[in-house]
Design a protein around this ligand. Structure first.
Ligand SMILES: [Fe+2]
Ligand SMILES: [Fe+2]
Length: 145
């Protein structure tokens, strides 16, 4: 198992919760929507936090690259957090059109972001951090229940 395997798996986990939240809110099932969306926010925040607090600093320390791909990824996390705030607002207002619009933008952004991480940044991290214990900490923090 490589260091970033838990992050790969957690991307898939978040995709599934995202689909649940979108389906529920799109059909006006706000009770299920609230539940799925709050889980989505929680899981995405755990994921972004694991990257920002553990993986990225370890990569930056190992390579000296502080203004490269990790900085771009942090910026995209900010954009995704903004969209989650918009989605929360739409959910509170029971506005399925607004929710769907923000959700569509988030989905595209998230897919592009995850693809960049999975194809470029995570392999770079695996190379740079081959023997560090960051992987075990990530696995613990992102343990799927
Ligand atoms: Fe990320
Ligand atoms: Fe990620």
């Amino acid at each position: 198992m490589s260091i970033t395997t838990p992050l790969f798996e957690h991307h898939k986990h978040c995709d599934e919760i995202f689909a649940d939240a979108e389906a529920a809110c799109g059909s006006g099932d706000w009770t299920a929507g609230e539940k799925a969306f709050s889980l989505l926010r929680d899981q995405l925040e755990t994921h972004f936090g694991s990257e920002e607090e553990l993986l990225f600093p370890a990569f930056e320390t190992a390579t000296g690259m502080t203004s490269g791909p990790t900085e771009v990824m942090r910026g995209e996390h900010r954009q995704m957090r903004d969209l989650l705030v918009q989605m929360q607002g739409a959910l509170t207002a029971r506005d399925s059109d607004a929710f769907g619009g923000a959700a569509e933008t988030l989905l595209i952004l998230m897919q592009q972001h995850n693809m960049k991480e999975e194809n470029i940044l995570y392999p770079m991290c695996d190379n740079a951090l081959g023997s560090s214990d960051v992987g075990a900490t990530l696995a613990e923090r992102l343990k799927l229940s």
